[in-house]
Write a protein that binds this ligand. Structure first.
Ligand SMILES: *Cc1c(COP(=O)(O)O)cnc(C)c1O
Length: 680
């Protein structure tokens, strides 16, 4: 892609347009084809001035696609003119210039934090136009602060700062600030000074070129964009990826994600993709949400990490309080760790030790469902039942009770729904009855069993299971690592059926998908089971180095604040209905056997034969193929075997849902119609 530079100022009226003109002129003199744009203009004649002085052949509507007549901040000027700043039009104009030019200069409007729309700033535009930033600063007293602020803000926004160009705005002799500022800014801002435009009295091209020629480091603007291939090479040389058949990986062409914004991920070549699985079920409000970014960076300027072993800190305390306020009533204590597996393990260890501490010494077994997934550390693997992931470690695992449980799509031979469901529930209850005196706890993923293939439970099952636990005093561990924080349409899956677990395990969405953090919430009763004298040695001896990391807690607090401020749960309700309606069309596809949805969690199961529900053989890698096909069309997905998972950030809008579903639909259609033994 051709290089483009976004020229912004530390302030308005410091000569951005003049600097843009000088830069373009010098490049033209070198025989470089320069395209120039002023994407947004409010009042004035900047674009016209550039067009004339540079003799640009493009019509004014290309040079300046968005214009409002009053010289005001754009968000106001355009509103008062009854117009909108049309990003698509700007992008189209830029692309057309890029086709026939070597370098593009884009002149901004005002400074980086000037609003173009209510919540869209000049900095957002610079980022969306994928341009490096050139900061124009006036050579005068007071410039250090303004320039450094602009540099810092740009970097905080993830913009690449090419460097600073100074504009001399008075004709007098240079004073001390004019002479020393550039050096100070280079040192403190750590960006190059790309030149100093002298005071220009005469406007003639020849005299401008002559005066400025040696003052600008033109070479810097002509360096070609560096290819980023080394990421792929080094990745294959040094990285071992999770859950990844590495032999296949080494033969593949890895996709390198460099940045993200909202629901989109962007690779090193500037291609964008919908984040169709929320970066592994974690992201909620979109990438680079200003509130979460700000919270992390504010905390970073206080302290990045301090331990909770023997000390405490405000973000951990405040988050614990907030979590207890929003969790099902009765959960009053928060124990932190740093991922979903450890959140579950902490719960299991606590449940076990609770009985040891309080005299229920025979209660030592943990029960779980046969097709469960609770994480990858050995403790959570022990309560897992996904054969492919867990089988090989069997000898390393502790003994548990695996409870047979339906997947609600395929019934075992000779059984029927809902009878089979009741049969399973009855069996569970009789198990409780027979063995409750040895059972410490039951751990389940309430309502949606994620990794098992997005298995969604019919209403009432959760309540019945929890009822059984309470009746026989078996501690109930709700693993809401995946279902928590709005994924099912309510804050927690337990809310749907009004159940209160003894342990609530949270991770994935806890920080909005920004940083690793997990929490195990529990009740006063369990907590008191550990309140003994020091000498009794009944403490919960468990804790990780980064338990309750302050940066992660700050992100989690911002996450909860967004739920409140942006009314996230309310906003997603119509979108969930919309999603459900659109998903029904997938049944038109001959290979779609089952569509499972709970709120924002969707699994589309592909089968070889609709009538017999015969699955595609795993060797066919149908799920992987569909996801690779979707990737070609700008959507990132990750399957669970033959189940296509859709789980975009909660923040995605209807337009995003449309694109996600259209791409997924076509990908399934293309891949399965190429497959042998297809259904018609
Ligand atoms: C992802 C997941 C886990 C494990 O979380 P990690 O952070 O990957 O360790 C545990 N339980 C459920 C239900 C999950 O979906």
């Amino acid at each position: 892609m051709k290089k483009s530079y976004f020229i912004t100022g530390t302030d308005t009226d410091i000569g951005k347009t003049v600097v843009t003109m000088v830069l373009a002129m010098l490049l033209q003199e070198r025989g470089i084809k320069v395209g120039v744009m002023k994407p947004v203009q409010c009042g004035g004649t900047d674009a016209l001035f550039l067009q004339k002085s540079l003799q640009l052949p493009q019509p004014l509507s290309v040079i300046n696609p968005c214009f409002a007549p009053e010289p005001l901040s754009p968000h106001l000027a355009f509103r008062r003119a009854g117009k909108k700043i049309n990003l698509k039009k700007i992008q189209a104009a830029l692309w057309s210039l890029q086709k026939s030019h070597d370098v593009i200069l884009l002149e901004g409007a005002g400074g980086l934090l000037v609003p173009l729309r209510q919540d869209y700033l000049v900095a957002d535009l610079a980022r969306d136009l994928q341009s490096e930033l050139v900061i124009v600063s006036a050579l005068r007293l007071g410039t250090i602060n303004h320039t450094l602020l602009t540099i810092k803000m740009a970097q905080a926004y993830g913009l690449k700062v090419k460097g600073v160009i100074f504009n001399t705005i008075s004709s007098g002799p240079a004073g001390i600030p004019e002479k020393t500022n550039p050096e100070v800014i280079q040192r403190l801002g750590r960006v190059p000074i790309l030149g100093i435009v002298p005071f220009l009295e005469q406007k003639g091209r020849v005299s401008i070129v002559k005066k400025c020629q040696k003052k600008i480091q033109l070479e810097e603007f002509l360096k070609p964009k560096k290819p980023d291939e080394h990421w792929m090479t080094w990745d294959k040389q040094y990285l071992w990826h999770p859950f990844t058949p590495m032999k296949d990986w080494l033969l593949s062409e890895p996709l390198v994600i460099e940045s993200g914004q909202g629901n989109l991920l962007e690779d090193t070549e500037g291609r964008r993709y919908i984040d169709g699985v929320s970066s592994l079920w974690a992201n909620l409000h979109g990438h680079r949400h200003p509130r979460i970014n700000q919270a992390i960076s504010t905390q970073l300027n206080r302290i990045a990490h301090s331990t909770l072993l023997g000390l405490t800190h405000p973000p951990a305390v405040e988050l614990a309080k907030r979590l207890c306020e929003i969790a099902p009533k009765g959960l009053t204590k928060v124990f932190y760790s740093d991922n979903g597996s450890t959140a579950v393990e902490a719960a299991i260890k606590m449940a076990y030790q609770y009985w040891q501490n309080t005299g229920g010494r025979k209660k030592t077994t943990i029960a779980h469902l046969s097709n469960s997934y609770h994480g990858d550390t050995l403790g959570s693997v022990s309560v897992g039942g996904i054969d492919l992931f867990h089988r090989v470690y069997r000898n390393l695992m502790f003994k548990t009770i695996a409870v047979e449980f339906p997947d609600f799509y395929r019934c075992p031979l000779g059984k029927k729904y809902p009878d089979y469901t009741h049969e399973c529930l009855d069996k569970l209850e009789s198990l409780f009855k027979r063995r409750h005196d040895t059972m410490a706890a039951l751990v389940i993923e309430p309502l949606v069993q994620g990794a098992a293939g997005m298995i969604v439970w019919p209403d009432g099952i959760l309540r019945r299971i929890v009822g059984g636990c309470k009746k026989y005093d078996i501690l109930f561990i709700a693993d809401e690592v995946a279902t928590g924080f709005g994924r099912t349409g309510k804050m927690f899956a337990c809310n749907h059926e009004g159940v209160v677990p003894d342990f609530l395990c949270l991770a994935k969405g806890l920080t909005g998908g920004y940083l690793p953090l997990a929490a195990t919430l529990t009740t006063q009763r369990i907590f008191e089971g550990f309140l003994f004298d020091y000498e009794d040695q009944k403490t919960f001896f468990h804790g990780h180095t980064y338990t309750g990391n302050p940066l992660a807690c700050a992100a989690a607090l911002a996450n909860l604040e967004i739920f409140q401020k942006e009314k996230t749960l309310k906003k997603i309700q119509p979108k969930i209905k919309y999603l459900a309606k659109k998903l029904r069309t997938f049944y038109n596809l001959a290979s779609v056997g089952d569509i499972r949805q709970k709120g924002w969690m969707v699994g589309i199961e592909l089968v070889k034969d609709l009538k017999t529900k015969e699955p595609f053989a795993w060797e066919e890698r149908i799920g992987v193929k569909v996801c690779m096909e979707a990737r070609k069309h700008g959507v990132i997905l990750r399957p669970l075997g033959n189940v296509i998972v859709l789980m975009p950030p909660l923040a995605i809008n209807e337009e995003g849902i449309d694109k996600l579903l259209d791409v997924a639909y076509k990908a399934i259609e293309r891949v399965t119609s190429n497959q042998e033994g297809k259904n018609d």
